[in-house]
Write a protein that binds this ligand. Structure first.
Ligand code: G6P
Length: 364
């Protein structure tokens, strides 16, 4: 069973957990969608969400990035405005809240103190909340009004991988459920079962190409001190997580940028050989990101492209299977996880235990 705590044939837990992602998605489909593809979600939770006029998603680290990736999913499928906040900022600098807020806490461990301090306030204010977590009985799960479990099995590597994709997938299912309840056509049309199945298959394709991705990591990232991910829209959201993964475990100074923002500052950092990793999955912005690729190439950047089949060009390095671009972070993140993994491995670091970081941070 993939849910055990043994490394098995894998040299590091991180690689094991990357490998488990297709199975984790299939399990979520099984646990949260019925045979006909209808979400199976607690009725009280859906009723509370339906009454809300705004969803506040709060989290830290990778879980925060999973919230950023899901914002568009909720807004498109459920027509609910979403604000995504860093828990550490939100509690002490609370924005003006809407009239009927609903709070969603994303936390792999369910123990992050920065998130808990907000939940304590939410409970004092008397607003409803949901914790999505991988840890049954965790503090955030006990103290929130509702809990949804990721059922991803123990995540042991400090750098989070399968929890990120599980959080996005589960939020997608929840968004579909809420959208259907509200009669939103986009939610009715969104076939979560099929789409998440396509994602699982697409993940497996990438995982099967891991030796090739190791080669790319060697060619592009072996000795660099910095690297930039760029993308627009959904690809921007995943760029932030891709950069976090790389910096956490390989100590490469990495940042994710919205493609167009390059020209407002970052392009001054591009030198001969600077790695720029472009993520391109969405037709609406593909040509714009291609334009950014040309701009940085003209200044000497060493460009690696990750593109979805529909918008791919001949020279792209990594091609992703076609899935609905709305949930493309679920798939486009996987090669970036592997690039981070191999960069750390090739530099001789302890991939699972990066310096100065802890799996769960229980102090504010
Ligand atoms: C720590 C971990 C990160 C994680 C963050 C939030 O900083 O090193 O990998 O993303 O906490 O953790 P949570 O358990 O709340 O998702």
């Amino acid at each position: 069973d993939a849910s055990d705590t043994e490394k098995g044939p894998f040299p590091f837990y991180m690689l094991k957990e990357i490998n488990e992602q297709p199975a984790v998605l299939r399990r979520l489909v099984q646990d949260y969608l019925d045979e006909s593809g209808k979400p199976v979600i607690e009725a009280d939770l859906l009723a509370a969400l339906d009454q809300a006029d705004r969803l506040y998603i709060l989290a830290a680290g990778t879980s925060y990035n999973a919230g950023l990736a899901a914002k568009s999913v909720f807004e498109n499928l459920a027509h609910i405005p979403v604000e995504v906040g860093l828990a550490s900022e939100f509690g002490y600098n609370t924005p003006l809240l809407s009239k009927k807020p609903f709070f969603l806490f994303l936390s792999q461990s369910g123990e992050t103190a920065d998130s808990r301090q907000v939940l304590v306030k939410v409970n004092q204010w008397g607003y409803p909340s949901l914790t999505m977590t991988n840890a049954q009985g965790s503090t955030l799960s006990r103290e929130a009004t509702y809990t949804m479990l990721l059922n991803a099995g123990p995540e042991i590597a400090v750098a989070s991988t399968k929890a990120y994709t599980a959080q996005i997938a589960l939020q997608t299912i929840l968004a579909k459920a809420l959208g259907e309840k509200r009669g939103v056509q986009a939610a009715i049309d969104f076939d979560a079962r099929t789409q998440l199945g396509l994602v699982a298959n697409g993940m497996q394709t990438i995982i099967d190409e891991k030796d090739f991705i190791n080669q790319l990591a060697q060619n592009y990232l072996a000795t660099t001190r910095n690297a930039f991910y760029i993308g627009r829209g959904y690809d921007y959201a995943v760029s932030l997580e891709a950069a976090l993964k790389l910096k956490e475990i390989s100590y490469v100074q990495a940042e994710g940028f919205a493609g167009a923002e390059l020209k407002h500052g970052t392009i001054s950092l591009i030198e001969d050989g600077t790695p720029v990793l472009a993520i391109i999955t969405d037709k609406r912005v593909a040509s714009h990101t291609r334009g950014n690729v040309q701009e940085v190439r003209a200044r000497g950047a060493h460009v690696l492209t990750i593109a979805m089949e529909d918008v791919a060009e001949k020279d792209d390095n990594i091609i992703l299977d076609n899935i609905d671009p709305l949930i493309s972070p679920l798939l486009s993140v996987v090669p970036t996880q592997l690039l981070a993994y191999y960069t750390s491995l090739n530099r001789g670091y302890d991939v699972d235990k990066p310096r100065n970081l802890a799996k769960a941070v229980t102090v504010e």
